[in-house]
Design a protein around this ligand. Structure first.
Ligand code: T1G
Length: 690
């Protein structure tokens, strides 16, 4: 046997245990001994049944994603599952933790599946730009029905053991010693004798498939795919399970899988999978984290309330501080309302809501923060106000408490210097709504202590955030690049493009919405206030704000929103305003094409990313991708701006930036050396020699 797969006997039941930390991925060094073990047990007369289990924290969490794109080594998972199909003795998968992807497909090759109550089961391949390639699209519908299988496979969202038992994916759920009970379950099946029906031969759920309902659901899902190929392929593969004989459907699954795994979109999404984990790794693995038991949040407004909810959602008690009882009550009422909306939507139970509300303690006295281990301020975005807050925190916070600012662009070094403990100060830049958005930019100031940084990075993951460590500069990584992306927006309007045309280029690219729709959604007054604070102007947006048109919240901005609708309608007044302002500036409008819009918005975004990399504000190019995919909706199928540079061509991007720089002389088009280096070497990780 190998150290990755062992076989033990419990009576006349064999237990095959996979042990491939950390998540028992089905690497080649697992598949080979696993196949050998199953073949020998199949032929072993003394063995009446076989249980497949895993050591460690989880059942098999999938194929080994690091093997994709490399030569395939036999036996593949498909061969193992095909062999299980021929087993004449009962096979039982004993599932704990998460049976995902190839792990669930391995379990689907068994006659039976049992699990502990906390287990989760799913086929998340779609999140990697793939579809289940080990027979999952053909076997899962046979157990749970075509519609349920469609939803699971296209969303990639796992289901819990109770749901899995109810829908027929599991045959039993056990508490206590899972393997012992799985052995007993297998032994009883063997003793009972009688025919064993492999999943591939169980058609009863398929016969009942309502194909028209299936097709309608699949069409709805395809609309949300926003250009991603995998969700559409997943739906097709599940439909094949209903309409084609098993082996034909299986062959079709293989063909779809091979096409996806070789495609740019899956490469992009696999890049993001590892990049997200890489971003959470900071030098000094063995740093002792500080103990975080209680959180303090200062400010119960939109950001403060959202941040408080993010921590409460992660199970942390929160002391929420405001300047007055009225402000505090308003903030707590908003939090209660937000949870009530989730309960109404069915995404939260009433009990869970009450449990979370029970974690909040309101206060208007800084002294009540004295027992907090991490205190986050989300007060008004002005340096003087931030310094005043940190001065008070310095006086009341206990030694070793981490003091965090939620500033979105102010200098965290300056804020830290306003305390006697700069080593405990860090930036935690949440994105609004803070209880929903995944991205958390963790701003490492010059004096931030390594253990304070390591503590908040780990804490971010514990509350379900995606942390990226960034350096101190105006706007850190995301907002600084956003400014570069938007620098030419006004010029494009004045030269003849319309807001809806520019937004359409963005949505065709795969963004959830374009910059003008986004501005109307967030509120044009936010950018207006920022520009005024920095002495900048944007003639169209400023004029709209001066006229009180802030976007959705005032019923009009770049678009009109009739009777409180959130659907943007073209705004003729804006088009007149643009024409008038262009005439004032002597600019003759012209037709502007898609390519030009991309070159004058996304290419400067990438150039700024290269500058950020060169300055060390981001440690890795892939960190920048994680910021943009999780904080700004950059299409996952393109892997983030820095990964996409490789697809678009760094040479082409540099040439076009040079062209626009020659045309306009504007700094935003000045190609930075790191981008030229990427064009020469194909890698972001080779700094320019100078
Ligand atoms: N392959 C290789 N490495 C993996 C891996 C995998 N499937 N899953 C996790 N890792 C690594 C990860 O990179 C990290 O490494 C460490 O394990 C801990 O992961 C044929 C084609 C299971 C829920 O998509 O969702 O099967 O950073 O930090 O937060 O149809 O890992 O420590 O060096 O995420 O506790 C389908 C992917 C694959 C599941 C655990 N399966 N994994 O979360 O730990 S494709 C998936 C996860 C497939 C078949 C198809 C999560 C987790 P390092 P972690 P975690």
């Amino acid at each position: 046997m190998s150290s990755f797969v062992s076989v033990t006997k419990d009576g006349n039941v064999a237990v095959v245990t996979i042990d491939n930390p950390p998540v028992n991925a089905l690497s080649f060094h697992v598949r080979e001994p696993l196949m050998q073990a199953l073949v020998s047990l199949r032929d072993e007369p003394s063995v009446v049944a076989i249980v497949i289990a895993c050591s460690g924290r989880t059942f098999v969490a999938g194929a080994d994603i690091t093997e994709f794109g490399k030569p395939v080594q036999q036996p593949e998972l498909r061969a193992i599952v095909a062999m299980l199909d021929t087993m004449t003795k009962p096979t039982v998968a004993a599932i704990h933790g998460t049976a995902l992807g190839g792990g669930l497909e391995l379990a689907l090759g068994c006659h039976f599946r049992v699990a502990d109550a906390k287990a989760r089961l799913g086929l998340p391949e779609v999140k990697l730009g793939l579809l289940p390639g080990g027979g999952g699209t053909v076997r899962l519908p046979r157990l749970v029905g075509a519609l349920k299988a469609l939803g699971m496979i296209v969303s990639g969202t796992p289901i819990g053991a109770v749901d899995a038992l109810a829908t027929g994916l599991l045959d039993a759920v056990f508490d206590g010693d899972l393997v012992a009970q799985a052995v007993r379950f297998a032994s009883e099946i063997a003793a009972r004798g009688g025919p064993l029906t492999p999943v591939r031969d169980r058609d009863e759920r398929l016969d009942a498939a309502d194909l028209p309902a299936f097709d309608k659901h699949a069409a709805d899902l395809a609309k949300k795919a926003r250009g991603l190929e995998a969700p559409v392929a997943c739906a097709q593969a599940v439909r094949n399970a209903v309409t084609l004989p098993f082996d034909e459907a299986l062959a079709a699954e293989r063909e779809l899988f091979l096409k996806l795994v070789a495609g740019d979109q899956s490469r992009a999404q696999r890049h993001l999978f590892f990049a997200e984990r890489e971003a959470a790794k900071i030098p000094g693995k063995d740093i002792t984290r500080r103990k975080i038991a209680r959180i303090g949040v200062i400010g119960a407004g939109t950001m403060g309330g959202g941040i408080a909810m993010a921590f409460a959602n992660g199970g942390f008690p929160v002391t929420l501080l405001e300047t007055s009882s009225e402000a505090l009550e308003r903030g707590l009422a908003t939090i209660d309302k937000n949870y009530a909306v989730s309960v109404a939507r069915g995404s939260l139970t009433e009990d869970a809501k009450q449990e979370r509300l029970g974690l909040f303690k309101g206060s208007i006295d800084y002294a009540d923060l004295a027992d907090c281990d991490l205190i986050v301020e989300a007060v008004f975005e002005e340096m003087a106000v931030k310094k005043d807050v940190f001065g008070k925190l310095d006086a009341v916070a206990k030694p070793g408490a981490i003091l965090a600012t939620n500033t979105s662009y102010l200098d965290v070094n300056e804020i830290a210097a306003s305390t006697s403990r700069p080593q405990d100060v860090v930036g935690l830049h949440f994105f609004s709504p803070a209880n929903v958005m995944k991205l958390l930019e963790i701003v490492r100031a010059e004096k931030t202590a390594p253990d304070a940084l390591a503590t908040v990075v780990e804490l971010a993951r514990r509350i379900g955030k995606v942390p990226v460590v960034v350096g101190v500069c105006h706007g850190f990584v995301g907002n600084r690049m956003l400014a570069a992306r938007g620098a030419e927006s006004e010029a494009l309007l004045l030269e003849g493009a319309t807001p809806s045309q520019i937004d359409q280029v963005f949505t065709d690219f795969g963004w959830p919405m374009g910059p003008f729709q986004m501005g109307d959604l967030a509120g044009l007054d936010i950018g207006w206030r920022n520009r005024k604070a920095r002495g900048l102007t944007a003639v169209i947006a400023d004029t709209l704000c001066e006229q009180g048109h802030f976007g959705q919240k005032t019923g009009s901005g770049f678009y009109r929103y009739e009777n409180g609708s959130r659907t943007p309608a073209p705004n003729p007044e804006v088009e007149t305003l643009i024409r008038d302002k262009a005439a004032e500036k002597g600019i003759a409008p012209r037709a502007i094409g898609t390519e030009e819009i991309i070159e004058r918005t996304l290419y400067p975004l990438i150039n700024e990313g290269a500058k950020i990399l060169e300055e060390g504000i981001a440690a890795r190019a892939s960190d920048i991708d994680i910021v943009w995919v999780n904080g700004y909706g950059f299409p996952v199928g393109k892997g983030g701006p820095m990964f996409w540079t490789g697809l678009e061509g760094a040479g082409k991007i540099s040439e076009r930036l040079d062209h626009w720089h020659a045309q306009t002389g504007r700094q935003v088009f000045q190609v930075v050396p790191r981008l030229r280096r990427m064009a020469e070497t194909g890698s972001w990780d080779v700094p320019f020699a100078g």
